[in-house]
Write a protein that binds this ligand. Structure first.
Ligand SMILES: Cc1ncc(COP(=O)(O)O)c(C=O)c1O
Length: 408
């Protein structure tokens, strides 16, 4: 059952604060692979499921770990879900949920506009290794979604709240209603919009994250999270049937500690990423560039995003520029990095520096040309993950200088 936070920052602040072993303001790191018990009978009861982490009984860190639970509680609070658990990467969070929810092969309906790695997982890997088939659809066409769902066969509907890289916004409440009417679970990837959107409160059953992006913010850690009901998280840790327990992508407690220190200022970071992205998108448009940004009135889902978003966090930190050809895209990125030092040519997002990549020849290369076209990825699409360091005006003058140089 989702809780209903009016503001994710308030929910995070209200969640349990674990102190350190010696009264430290931060929790101690429970850096143990294994846990001891007072007597052999207790261990038997833990393995039988009679005693568990809710009563402070732990067995082994591939199963629940207290430090990973601390981070997971904060992420659950942010998403307004009953529970969450963290994984080694976004991809392991996504694949574990799909394995958990698809029984005996199974069918997935997914958005055609998803991150290239997820597309490859669904289009190529899962059919080959597990007989899990996916029908890709344009999720903004609700009739197509209805048609693609096969009652009794489709296990889940998967889409990104704001798609990577084309920034298409999904109508989470309407999609959830369509899926639920047909008994299908809804899994939403909220990597591009933490704090901004709370898919769990809009109807999603499961929310997944690539924590490697905004939640981390440091560009130094790969991590993921699965947020949903306590039943789902517990089922994923089941000793006989749990995808997290048996495939083993659970997070290292040292990594969980690092990340837990970054959650309290995620709200501030998201506000700054969004404010700068909005300012640059507006100015880039005035400079005559073809800009895709859901904060702009001309974005097809601007009003939809506004209607779903938590107030005060803006429209996200990613702006796309359609430079039409790869050649022009490369020229602009080179000048922005090597000429004026506006940002770095690198994949990923959510870092404090601006990161720039040409999606068609980087993070979406897993897709064929016609699949990219359907997902709104033109050859010259430059994805900018707008950073939050330096000053807005300093960065904008770097952008303007680079633009002037390539237009000479
Ligand atoms: C929307 C989305 N989902 C999943 C992933 C994969 O995450 P990770 O690199 O943490 O495995 C990415 C990475 O770019 C992403 O953008």
């Amino acid at each position: 059952m989702p809780r209903s936070p009016s503001d994710p920052a308030a929910s995070i602040a209200e969640s349990r604060h674990d102190f350190g072993e010696h009264g430290g303001v931060n929790m101690s790191i429970e850096a143990s692979a294994t846990f001891t018990v007072m007597d052999p009978e207790t261990m038997g009861r833990v393995f039988a499921g009679e005693l568990g982490p809710d009563l402070d009984y732990f067995v082994y860190s591939r199963h629940f770990n207290p430090t990973v639970m601390n981070l997971s509680r904060q992420i659950a609070a942010m998403e307004g879900t009953e529970a969450a658990y963290c994984t080694t990467s976004g991809m392991s969070a996504i694949s574990s949920v799909i394995f958990q929810l698809c029984c005996g092969g199974g069918h997935v309906v997914a958005s055609q506009a998803v991150y290239g790695g997820t597309h490859a997982l669904l289009a190529h890997f899962l059919p080959r290794v597990a007989g899990i088939r996916t029908t890709f659809v344009d999720v903004s066409d609700l009739d197509k979604v209805k048609e693609a769902i096969v009652e009794g066969e489709t296990a889940l509907l998967y889409f990104e709240s704001v798609s990577n890289p084309a920034l298409t916004v999904a109508d989470i409440p309407k999609l959830a209603k369509i899926a639920h009417d047909k008994g299908v679970k809804v899994v939403v990837n909220n990597t591009f919009a933490p704090m901004i959107l709370s898919p769990g409160n809009l109807g999603a059953d499961v929310v997944v994250h690539s924590v490697s992006k905004y939640i981390s913010g440091g560009g130094d850690i790969l991590a993921g999270a699965v947020c949903g009901s306590a039943d789902l998280v517990n089922s994923m840790m089941d000793l006989q049937q749990g995808a997290l327990m048996l495939l083993g992508p659970t997070m290292n407690p040292k990594v969980a500690f690092e990340l837990a220190e970054r959650i309290p200022h995620l709200a501030l970071r998201m506000k700054e990423h969004s404010a700068r992205a909005m300012a640059y998108a507006t100015r880039m448009k005035s400079a005559g560039l073809k800009v895709i940004y859901p904060g702009l009135e001309d974005h097809p889902q601007h009003h939809l995003l506004k209607s779903m978003a938590n107030k005060g966090y803006g429209y996200g930190g990613v702006v796309c520029l359609d430079m039409e050809t790869e050649e022009k895209a490369y020229k602009l990125m080179s000048e922005l990095q090597n000429g004026t030092r506006f940002g770095l040519i690198a994949v990923s997002l959510g870092y404090y520096e601006t990161l720039m990549s040409c999606s068609g020849s980087s993070t979406s290369t897993e897709m064929r040309d016609e699949e990219k076209a359907r997902a709104g990825i033109s050859p010259g699409l430059v994805r900018l993950s707008v950073g939050c360091n330096g000053t807005l005006e300093q960065r904008w003058s770097q952008f303007e200088r680079a633009l002037a140089r390539i237009q000479e």
